[in-house]
Design a protein around this ligand. Structure first.
Ligand code: ADP
Ligand code: ZN
Length: 611
């Protein structure tokens, strides 16, 4: 939740603290200044000198207290302050009267408490100052020194926990997967009776803004249990041990109020693979991670605490976190497809006044690649635009304006795809899928999607019917044609090619190399294995560097790889040109629905073919 985080982590609190800091510094300087001034100008004199000055009428003012006499006197023509330690002197008052001092008075001695405070006060002041300086660096936005090692998890009040699955749209499968957790939290007895064990930790992964936090919150709302939220980055503090103690505290709190849900956003901030990355281990993070693992292993199902983690980088998580009994259930929260986007828009549109003629379906179609947070943002912005124009309802033009704003906005992390690019992607994926459907000995096409996911702009998912341990030559050849089908479709339809096929091409190269170098599937090269080690050989010419292979052999290998690939490409192009109408209908349907399941694909390919 990148947008919300900033405001969460730096509450008003920080400003107040800064102001306080400066006030205290100011006071400190004033006090210091006064003290030094006093030290400088108050003249310490012996009692004898005081008595002499008294006699010579040089004393102007005297304040007497049991342990000190201070006042003002004339000294070489100037008025100066003096102080002196009094001696037992019964004639002091008489002498002062005789001297004609206009003002003399007494003052009670400072009690030892006050003196102590005055002296020790300095120490306190310094500690205070240090405390502010120290806190400013180490825990921006914390609640104060007292809660330093405590978890800053915010516990949402049960009554306030109104978010339910209704508020999360467009991810029905995810909700389904989470619903048994809700059921478990509601009646744990039912499950315990049967001896069932539910996962203690669940990991929601997906791009930012797809509603992971919202889902976790909704689980708590549905089950009516307390919800503790915190973020991985909060655990990674400057000081070793603080994060770990926060984790401990967080679990303690949750257990006390069980059944409860603990939500840890940005789990990758603590859960990163250990010993990975530049600089090696990060002590603090590692301690925190270890504590998290200890806590996860520690509660035994009967605690009724469920930990939900969220990350958009499941790939960098430490494998220890994903082991059984820890975050062993992983749930994908993908970017929404066109239908999902419409559902999300509907949820958020309820909060504003929309002009009745607005079709949210059209907006959903205009926003490929947008995630829930973007869509919520669009609706909100459009209401602001409309209000600025003093309208009674939000109209289409306001929404258009805010879509443009979001597209241009700097905060977007997810990808926005133009209409033209979307078309290219649709034909590319349709190309893969159609060849897979038309060729024999291929895995069935399970799904085609043009909803961007991670670095991929679209994907065609083929699932094998059964596990296979041997692959035939024609199967590999067909696989190459399928992989090249994307690029072929682009060339046929747009007469131009894009960079989108890069991943396909690297796979193609890899397969073709293996055919020649490892599988002995090239007649020209013959039944030999040329590759010694996965890491050693990448291209034919590399073979020449190894002893025992000639330059000619290297050239033959390269030629063979090239021949196989170009034959497959030609074949793919021919097939797609012949079945251009199928390619068109597949791509069009994809543009309309963004995700096609196997039965829909069958209907287009086989339905049309039969006719
Ligand atoms: P994440 O945690 O995945 O980064 P959030 O849960 O913080 O995303 O989502 C941010 C906001 O976006 C939510 O508060 C909500 O308003 C909106 N949002 C995201 N996904 C959805 C969804 N599926 N349905 C409704 N609103 C959503
Ligand atoms: Zn492709």
């Amino acid at each position: 939740m990148p947008l919300k985080k900033i405001s969460n982590k730096m509450p008003l609190n920080k400003n107040t603290r800064q102001i306080l800091f400066w006030i205290i510094t100011f006071l400190l300087f004033i006090t210091l200044y006064h003290n030094f001034k006093n030290l400088e100008t108050v003249k310490q004199i012996p009692y004898s000198e005081f008595k002499q000055k008294l006699k010579s009428k040089k004393i102007i003012k005297v304040v007497v207290s049991p342990n000190l006499i201070k006042g003002e006197m004339q000294d070489s023509g100037m008025d100066v302050k003096f102080r002196t330690l009094p001696l037992p002197d019964s004639k002091l008052i008489e002498d002062m009267e005789a001297s004609g001092i206009k003002s003399f008075s007494g003052e009670p001695d400072r009690s030892w408490v006050i003196s102590l405070l005055l002296n020790v006060g300095w120490i306190f002041l310094f500690i205070f100052l240090w405390w502010f300086l120290f806190l400013r660096q180490s825990q921006m936005g914390g609640k104060g020194a007292m809660s330093f090692g405590r978890s800053r998890a915010k516990e949402q009040d049960l009554k306030k926990q109104k978010i339910t699955f209704k508020d999360v749209a467009g991810c029905d499968e995810t909700k389904e997967e989470l619903s048994d957790i809700v059921d478990y939290l509601k009646n744990p007895k039912k499950y315990k009776q049967l001896g069932g064990v539910l996962p203690k930790g669940m990991l929601l992964f997906g791009p930012p803004g797809t509603g992971k936090t919202l889902l976790a919150r909704a689980v708590a709302g549905e089950a009516q249990v307390p919800f503790y939220t915190s973020s991985g980055s909060e655990f990674v503090e400057m000081f070793v041990g603080v994060g770990a103690s926060r984790v401990r505290d967080l679990f303690e709190k949750a257990k006390k109020n069980a059944p409860a849900i603990i939500f840890v956003d940005e789990l990758d901030a603590v859960g990163r693979r250990r010993f990975a990355g530049i600089g090696g281990g990060h002590d603090e993070r590692e301690q925190t991670l270890n504590q998290l693992l200890v806590e996860l292993d520690g509660f035994e199902g009967n605690e009724n605490v469920i930990l939900i983690g969220a990350t958009n980088r499941p790939d960098v998580l430490d494998p220890a976190l994903l082991r059984p009994g820890r975050f062993d259930r992983r749930i994908n929260v993908p970017a929404p497809d066109i239908m999902g986007r419409e559902e999300i828009l509907k949820v958020h549109a309820k909060k504003i006044k929309l002009s009745p003629d607005i079709d949210l379906g059209i907006i959903a179609r205009r926003t490929p690649g947008f995630v829930g947070a973007d869509l919520a943002n669009i609706i909100n912005e459009s209401a602001i635009f409309a209000a600025r124009k003093n309208k009674k309802f939000v109209e289409m033009e306001d929404i258009e304006e805010s879509i443009e704003r979001v597209i241009a906005g700097p905060q977007r992390k997810t990808r926005i795809i133009s209409e033209k690019e979307r078309k290219v992607i649709a034909f590319h994926e349709a190309g893969h899928a159609l060849i897979a459907k038309l060729l024999p000995h291929t895995d069935p096409v399970h799904k085609i999607s043009i909803v961007p996911r991670g670095p991929a702009l679209g994907y065609t998912l083929q699932l094998p019917v059964e596990d296979k341990y041997l692959t035939t030559k024609s199967e590999i050849i067909n696989k190459l044609s399928i992989l090249l089908g994307g690029r072929a479709a682009e060339e046929i339809v747009f007469d131009e090619i894009t960079t989108g096929a890069q991943d396909d091409l690297s796979k193609v190269t890899n397969y073709a190399q293996k055919m020649v170098l490892e599988f002995g599937m090239s007649e020209k090269i013959g039944l030999i294995t040329l590759r010694k080690d996965e890491s050693e050989v990448f291209l034919g010419r590399d073979i020449a560097k190894q002893p025992g292979y000639s330059n000619e052999m290297a050239k033959n290998v390269d030629d063979e790889i090239k021949r196989i690939v170009s034959e497959c490409y030609v074949k793919a192009k021919e097939m797609l040109t012949d079945e251009r109408h199928l390619l068109n209908s597949l791509a069009e349907k994809l543009l309309e629905k963004e995700i096609l399941e196997s039965d829909e694909i069958d209907l287009i390919v086989n339905g049309n073919a039969a006719a």
